[in-house]
Design a binder for this molecule. Sequence first.
Ligand SMILES: [Zn+2]
Length: 252
Amino acid sequence: MFEQFRWDFRSPEERGDAGENIIYSALNKVRGRKALLPNCYIPVGQKGSTEIDMVFLHESGLYVIESKNYSGWIFGNEEQDHWTQCLRGKFHTTQKHSFYNPLLQNETHICALMELLKDDTIPYYSYVVFGNNCELKNIQLTSGRHHVTYALYLRKDIEYHAQCTGIQLSDEKMDSLYATLVNFTEASSWQREAHIKEVQSKQYPIIQPDGTWACPHCGGQLVRRVAQRGSRTGQTFWGCSNYPRCHFTYQE
Ligand SMILES: [Zn+2]
């Protein structure tokens, strides 16, 4: 099984370093009228907000981009709540981690934008972009509402897509969208604070760029533990390394 981890059709240069910088430079090269709005904090409900990695305003529409800088193998489909990341561990073991379905995450982003802009002439496109270091395995897209791609192919993918859709936004519309959205790129301190609180209330582990899991409450490392008592005695779970100061646990 581990031999297959080495199988990859991309050269080492192409695999390169994943990350948002690669995505920025890819988007900068996309032909056509465009503007890039990184880290948008879009209000949700009364006082919450959702953070969008990048909004790419292009003459063909609004591209809502969620970037995932993970390594290993990635499995998932549209319906699952969680996707799986498989990493090669020590001594020929495989570590499996789950993370919130990025398509569902991006749908939340798009709903927040729709609610904010209240303009149904704007076409929204959901793009989930993985770093060149992972392998997307059998990702099943059925609804046609989402694009999942590598950073390496993002520019080509968007240019092809834009060719098919043609120009959808007038210059005036693009200017007004930019003027609106730019207010949400530099999050005010209360937005950041509210966003951090929101993230902390989440019950899922945070996957770090190196593939290890961090506690969503305190940032501590998550470690495998075996329940010593209660109805789950003998079963494994993830606990925070800062226990007993932090009581976060996660059951796969
Ligand atoms: Zn913790």
